[in-house]
Design a protein around this ligand. Structure first.
Ligand code: SAM
Length: 284
């Protein structure tokens, strides 16, 4: 495992993913019944943006740094605010120095009845995550392969919740693993909400993933949203400039919320011109 998320923490793809994560968890908070978050590829939890890895990548400068300065309409601003508030809580000083990863963002939105399971296989990242969630009775960091965890922890006893599957895409077969892993989990827990992250570099691979995921729920276009966000044209050997999410069983409010928010992210996150997004339902 060579992947280090610290290079990418707070970049455009993290920003989009984490805004969606916060919208989903905010929705789950609306009912008193407990929910569980299962984060299969959790990362280190908190990233030092002044550290060597983040500084070398500098990706956060065109991601979260720009977003913190952006102006939003009242409607979009209200939807992005809970995410920005969480980021601000990690930066009590004026400067942006820390960025919370998905498990810490999810943790910030747990109520006393809710639980988090976070899997991280890479020892250094896991040690950081364990430290970040030390003595937290609501959060469990597990030293387990995320794909194994996916079948081990699904369905959760709460029967409400979100599974975030955010693998590093280091291996060529990661699209197949994602489709297979989702299919296995979905068969056991068809009512859970799932977020599947992917790099949107090759159209054929991303279309195939969406088709395979859509095939799991045969024909019901309301059950999956596909969101892709591109900040610049993708070159074959260049850095990633487009990322996608498949959101299965999305809150019914999510599509309308994203239609308000995404257009207002295009200008701040665009690199050398405006970014572009695509939001559509995935049929079965
Ligand atoms: N979800 C995080 C976030 O949004 O802040 C970012 C996760 S990063 C894209 C992927 C993480 O998965 C890396 O920290 C990597 O070490 C870890 N990882 C790689 N293979 C894994 C596996 N088989 N099981 C669990 N974690 C794994």
């Amino acid at each position: 495992m060579n992947y280090r998320h610290a290079f990418h923490a707070g970049n455009f793809a993290d920003v989009i993913k984490h805004i969606v994560l916060v919208r989903i968890l905010t929705y789950l908070q609306e009912k008193p019944a407990a929910f569980r978050v299962i984060d299969t590829h959790a990362g280190a939890g908190v990233y030092d943006l002044t550290g060597e890895e983040a500084a070398r990548g500098s990706e956060w400068l065109t991601g979260i740094a720009r977003l913190m300065q952006a102006r939003f309409s009242d409607a979009a601003g209200a939807l992005v605010a809970p995410y920005l508030d969480i980021v601000r809580a990690f930066n009590p000083q004026r400067d942006l120095r820390s960025y919370p990863g998905s498990p810490l963002i999810a943790r910030a939105l747990l109520r006393p009845q809710d639980r988090l399971v976070a899997c991280e296989l890479e020892p250094v990242a896991r040690k950081h995550l364990v430290n970040a969630l030390r003595r937290d009775v609501q959060a469990n960091v597990v030293d387990l392969d995320g794909w194994t965890a996916l079948s081990a922890f699904v369905p959760p006893k709460e029967r409400r919740g979100l599974v975030l599957i955010d693998p590093p895409f280091e291996h060529k077969d990661e699209f197949d693993r994602l489709a297979d892993g989702f299919a296995g989990a979905f068969a056991k827990w068809p009512t859970g909400c799932y977020m599947l992250w992917y790099p949107a570099k090759r159209r054929r691979a991303t279309d195939d993933l969406a088709r395979r995921v859509g095939a799991e729920f045969g024909g019901d276009a309301d059950r999956c949203l596909r969101l892709e966000f591109s900040v610049a044209p993708q070159t074959p050997d260049g850095p990633l400039t487009a990322a996608g999410l498949l959101i299965v069983n999305p809150p019914w409010t999510l599509r309308a919320e994203l239609k308000l928010v995404l257009p207002e992210l295009e200008k701040p996150l665009g690199q050398g011109g405006a970014a572009r997004f695509r939001l559509e339902a995935v049929g079965g």
